[in-house]
Design a protein around this ligand. Structure first.
Ligand SMILES: C[S@@+](CC[C@H](N)C(=O)[O-])C[C@H]1O[C@@H](n2cnc3c(N)ncnc32)[C@H](O)[C@@H]1O
Length: 271
């Protein structure tokens, strides 16, 4: 199988397993967690924002594909001429729109559509952060990221799948191994097959996710495992977490969780 076929197969298998566990696929997958993608556009010390900003020039236009709640689009809008945010999730668009209004950032326009189908003009730089893991048909997606960038394309991916920290729980709760989504190790061979030689920069590891309480942790992990209250699966999850949830300084974490490491993948697109 080619790297592009392996990528598609991994996404297909993961999606099929998710559909089987949760039943009906929600219209907007992000409704619950969209508020987590809100962040102060003026914050400092965010290594990802700093790394992306270093690639931008003040006169640049930026196309942020899968912009979410504007965690990156809004700070980057302060460093370039304008940002076009392509985002299919209504709840994410709502967070992005409200945050732009709250901070008076007027040079961001939102295209409420998915990629690659979105009808949008090219920009100097395209950016796609933590989106490609779920894209089954990866070749046209990357091809358009490339063809719509006049100067530079940027992608941000973790070195392991975003939910990999809870993959071990699948076996304990559902009695089967989780099919992993593809991430950076599968993305680089895809780029190679597409004739793209990127520069890859490893960024600071993200500390494991913390929760406000044990109940908050169980609820959040349960929803990511498609486990509902008052079921045998919930009892198995509570049992699995009983020994591994611990609290330090008011923050609850799952013991032994490995941090996720983001990488910035950059390639020039000018002919
Ligand atoms: C994990 S969030 C990342 C948001 C933002 N880029 C960030 O790094 O904070 C993934 C986002 O990708 C969007 N997305 C998923 N599939 C997409 C597609 N085919 N085209 C554009 N956006 C997509 C989702 O709606 C979601 O907002």
């Amino acid at each position: 199988m080619s790297a592009i076929e392996i990528w598609g197969e991994m996404v297909r298998l993961e999606h099929a397993q998710s559909d089987r566990m949760r039943g009906v696929r929600p219209d907007d997958h992000w409704t619950q967690c969209a508020p987590q993608f809100k962040a102060d556009p003026h914050r400092s010390g965010d290594t990802l924002v700093d790394a992306l900003r270093a690639h931008l020039r003040p006169a640049d236009t930026l196309l942020d594909v899968g912009a979410g709640g504007g965690r990156l689009a809004l700070p980057l809008a302060l460093a370039c001429q304008s940002v076009t945010a392509v985002e299919p999730s209504p709840s994410m668009c709502a967070v992005l729109r409200a945050t732009a209004r709250e901070y008076n950032i007027a040079n961001v326009s939102i295209i409420p559509a998915g990629w690659p189908e979105a009808d949008v003009a090219p920009a100097d730089v395209t950016l796609c952060s933590h989106v490609v893991y779920v894209v089954e048909d990866i070749a046209p997606f990357v091809h358009k990221l490339h063809s719509h960038a006049r100067r530079l394309a940027l992608a941000v991916l973790f070195q392991s799948p975003p939910q990999s920290q809870i993959y071990p729980l699948w076996e304990q709760v559902h009695g089967e191994k989780r099919h992993p989504l593809p991430s950076l190790p599968e993305f680089l061979p895809v780029l190679h097959e597409l004739g793209i030689q990127p520069q890859v920069t490893e960024l600071a590891a993200q500390p494991p996710r913390g929760y406000d309480s044990a109940a908050d942790a169980i609820e959040s992990i349960a929803s990511r495992l498609y486990v509902t209250p008052n079921t045998d699966a919930m009892a198995r999850l509570e049992q699995a977490l009983a020994d591994s949830l611990h609290e330090t300084g008011g923050v609850w974490q799952v013991r032994g969780t490995q941090p996720l490491r983001p990488c910035l993948v950059a390639w020039p697109t000018a002919a």
